[in-house]
Ligand binder design. Structure first.
Ligand code: ANZ
Ligand code: ZN
Length: 805
């Protein structure tokens, strides 16, 4: 009896699989395709901990399963290596980002490989490879040509520590998502992508996606569509050019209840009204104070409101227009104007009509500053809009601030010509390569470190041949990941981004797996780029990712996020060395529902290893399996283990029934991402096989079912049975519905000899299954509360008898 030695088996098979290329995907095939995608990682300096591969193992199980089902499966991997994380790591460790990235990728790849993931590495991509980012730049150019990329000088989010502008999506609670610094608003030159042009279709098409509801909801909210009206309030005795304050409201029906207006402190109108404002120093002071507050702080419902009245400024409610109420215009419809930070400058018009009787925030503000609260009868919305307002749709989504003042990103392929202005780099000159530099630290001046490399910056205008300077801003870290899945389809094509025929065959991605942190960043950006690529005819589907699954995080055994700081990081290399990649894989799939956060437990992992030990030893039960003799009716006779009644008895073929049930369950469970329950079904089956013995044929079925989860051990056992072809190229077992007996029998549960409950179970159910059902029943489990079960008996397959004290 040879030992299960994972250290010998695992590397041996991986080498063989590589050599034989069993993970290579055919470009096109007559059989149906299946594209399984992982969110590709940033190769960070810390390497992988055991939490990272949870999603990769799931897609690996899934793609092996699909391949056995006869699909042509694409399951690729690559590196998202541009951007702040890589660059900040490089700066902290004083290594050039290019060298650091290469080193980190090498380490990541080793770690991923020893887990036995079946990636087709011939399709590996890397966003920092000029052959790759040539096409990132190409997509930008197409957007530029269509007017979707524009230069702007508006104030944007600026991270003083990362020394770069950021998009709204890069903030978390108003702080830099990367380093946690408070973000400032800073006016600067920048490139912006008009994602808002796609707001409507991004919103509409969410409905058709097979994605977790929570992610769909985040996208709805992020895009934030509001239907409302623009209403104009005349400024009383305005001594400036602007005569009106325009507000955006979703409640034009409350117009009669307006008792004051509020402008965002940054609203340009405030400065324009300066000569009319009597308390300017107080106003100016408040504007300065606002600058230090985050959007979240400003708009929190329960936060106490602050503000300053613009003394000397009044506005007239349009419903009290002089023509309608000639005598009361200036008294009833005259409302004061305030500034307050609860109104945001970049939403709607940056001005709000306050209706304290109907709006919570307005009510809190009015109470604090003693402003009137006016109860009213609501008007008809449509009527009010047609009389006073203009109907509009507003979105919370902002255009995507697309330039970074950093080194480690794709250069934006534009030049600035003294004569021609901004000119696109001709497509034949792509990629615009990132120059090699000695100093890559951010400057903090609002210019990227590329600006001082005069040799690179100074160039010729592609249009007129005159003097020109290259754009020195680089793209954000989200650029390369906004279209990478397409490149896996055709990774080496130097003529086009992706070959049309291949794109038609492979896209869209059938299954996409990754973390929830991408709900409103990557997943919105990628959908946006995809829709654009659809509009210009590069792709043939409107949506890139049909089905999305999120993995839950694996926490440290102390229930905290795994981190060096807590010393609770578990390294997959160690685990693979100690118990083997297959045990790691089985454990990560078994530890809990895939979407749920769960703490690591070394004890439980050892349990998974023990399960594989049992599967290993099962090979010795093949020969001793009883040759079932047949009863008069042709039914099989089995020796029952003593835990039942013992002796030879005529029963339904329990093992066969359970085997077919298990095939069905595992098939369905994999499809539904219920990997944990699939594995518990295996455990029950293997326990029964251990007791009753197993035929060679049935053992082979078990190995095939288990192959996607534990690819090495199953391959070894398969080969030992005399097979020459890899188990991973076998076809997936089918179950026979007839063998899953649907006949029900009544199970009676006795506790200390008294009948405490009963229920129906399929005939042929085994003790473990019956126990599970019994313990889940309240009427039964209440008798066991606080008691210890001393003995369990399963009599005649019908009575479960428990003795407790
Ligand atoms: C009067 C009113 C009465 C409002 C009422 C609401 C309730 P959503 O649904 O999020 O689009 N608003 C408009 N612009 C704003 C800004 N820049 N900053 C903060 N608040 C702003 O919200 C639209 C409502 O939010 C608008 O409708 C406006 O207040 C406020 F009983 O107008 B409402
Ligand atoms: Zn020119």
């Amino acid at each position: 009896m040879n030992e299960y030695n994972h250290l010998k088996i695992e590397p041996k098979w991986r080498k063989k699989w590589d050599k034989e290329g069993i993970n290579k995907t055919k470009d096109l095939a007559k059989v149906p395709k299946f594209f399984v995608l992982d969110m590709f990682p940033y190769p960070s300096g810390a390497g992988l901990h055991v939490g990272h591969p949870r999603g990769y193992i799931a897609t690996d199980v899934y793609s092996r399963f699909k391949r056995m089902q006869g699909f042509n499966v694409l399951h690729p991997m690559g590196w998202d290596a541009f951007g702040l994380p890589a660059e900040n790591y490089a700066i902290a460790n004083k290594i050039h980002p290019e060298i650091a990235t290469k080193k980190n990728i090498k380490r990541f790849k080793e770690q991923i490989s020893i887990i036995g993931l079946n990636y087709d590495w011939s399709r590996e991509i890397n966003t920092t490879d000029p052959k790759y980012y040539k096409w990132t730049q190409w997509i930008f150019l197409q957007m530029f040509k269509k007017g979707l990329a524009y230069e702007s000088f508006e104030p944007i989010n600026w991270c003083p520590s990362c020394k770069t502008g950021l998009a709204n999506e890069d903030l978390e609670d108003g702080k830099c998502e990367r380093c946690g610094s408070m973000v400032e608003k800073k006016p600067m030159r920048q490139w912006v992508l008009k994602i808002t042009d796609y707001a409507d279709s991004l919103l509409k098409d969410i409905d058709d996606l097979n994605w977790p509801e929570s992610i769909k909801e985040s996208q709805w909210n992020w895009i934030g569509r509001s239907e409302g009206a623009l209403l104009k309030f005349k400024i009383e005795k305005s001594n400036i050019k602007i005569k009106e304050i325009e507000v955006f409201t979703t409640r034009p029906d409350t117009l009669f209840g307006v008792t004051y207006l509020v402008l965002a402190p940054e609203n340009k109108l405030v400065f324009k009204l300066k000569s009319q404002i009597k308390n300017w120093p107080a106003v100016e002071k408040y504007i300065t104070e606002t600058k230090t507050k985050t959007e979240i702080e400003r708009t929190a419902i329960n936060k106490s409101k602050t503000g300053v009245c613009l003394e000397g400024v009044f506005a007239i409610n349009p419903v009290y227009n002089e023509k309608v109420y000639p005598n009361q215009s200036s008294s009833t419809g005259r409302v004061p104007v305030w500034i307050s930070d609860y109104v945001l400058a970049d939403y709607g018009t940056g001005a709000v009509m306050a209706v304290p009787a109907h709006d919570e925030r307005d009510f809190a503000f009015a109470t604090k500053y003693n402003l009137p609260v006016k109860e009213i009868v609501l008007e008809d919305k449509k009527n009010m809009i047609s009389k006073y307002g203009k109907a509009v749709t507003k979105y919370k989504l902002k255009d995507w601030v697309f330039s970074r003042q950093r080194y480690w990103g794709e250069p934006i392929p534009l030049v600035h010509c003294e004569k021609c202005g901004v000119v696109a780099v001709p497509e034949k000159d792509l990629p615009v390569k990132l120059p090699k530099v000695k100093f890559y630290e951010p400057t903090g001046t609002g210019e990227s470190p590329l600006a001082v490399i005069t040799k690179w910056v100074n160039t010729k205008c592609p249009k007129c041949g005159g003097k020109a300077k290259r754009e020195t801003n680089t793209m954000p870290q989200w650029a390369g990941s906004s279209w990478y899945y397409l490149r896996y389809i055709d990774p080496k094509n130097s003529k086009v981004l992706v070959d049309k025929k291949k794109e038609k065959y492979w896209s869209p991605v059938d299954l996409y797996v990754g973390g929830t942190e991408h709900a409103t960043r990557h997943l919105i950006y990628a959908r946006f780029w995809h829709k654009f690529l659809f509009d210009i005819g590069v792709v043939s589907n409107k949506e890139p990712f049909i089905q999305l699954k999120n993995q839950g995080m694996i926490l440290g055994s102390d229930n905290r996020k795994m981190s060096k700081r807590w010393g609770n990081v578990v390294n997959p290399d160690e685990v693979v060395k100690n118990v083997g990649a297959d045990s790691l894989r089985v454990y990560e799939m078994f530890m809990g529902p895939f979407e749920q956060e769960i703490a690591w437990s070394t004890d439980n992992m050892v349990g998974s290893r023990r399960f594989l030990d049992k599967v290993w030893k099962l090979k010795d039960k093949i020969s001793t399996a009883p040759n079932p003799s047949l009863s008069k009716e042709g039914r099989k006779l089995f020796h029952l283990p003593p835990s039942d009644e013992g002796g030879l008895r005529e029963v339904d073929n329990r093992f066969e029934t359970l085997l077919h049930k298990t095939i069905k369950k595992v098939t369905e469970d994999i499809l539904n991402f219920n990997f944990n329950t699939a594995i518990s079904a295996f455990m029950i089956l293997v326990n029964l096989a251990e007791k009753e013995g197993i035929s060679k044929n049935d053992y082979e079925v078990i190995l095939k079912l288990l192959a996607p989860f534990a690819p090495h051990i199953t391959e070894e056992l398969w080969a030992n049975l005399g097979h020459k072809k890899s188990i991973h190229l076998e076809s997936w077992p089918k179950y026979d519905e007839k063998k899953i007996i649907s006949k029900k029998i009544l199970i009676v549960v006795q506790i200390n000899g008294k009948v405490r409950g009963s229920f129906d179970m399929p005939a042929g159910s085994i003790q473990e299954e019956v126990e599970k059902v019994a313990l889940a029943q309240k009427d039964i489990s209440k008798w066991l509360l606080g008691k210890e079960i001393k003995k369990k008996m399963f009599l005649k397959g019908r009575i479960l008898s428990l003795l407790v004290d």
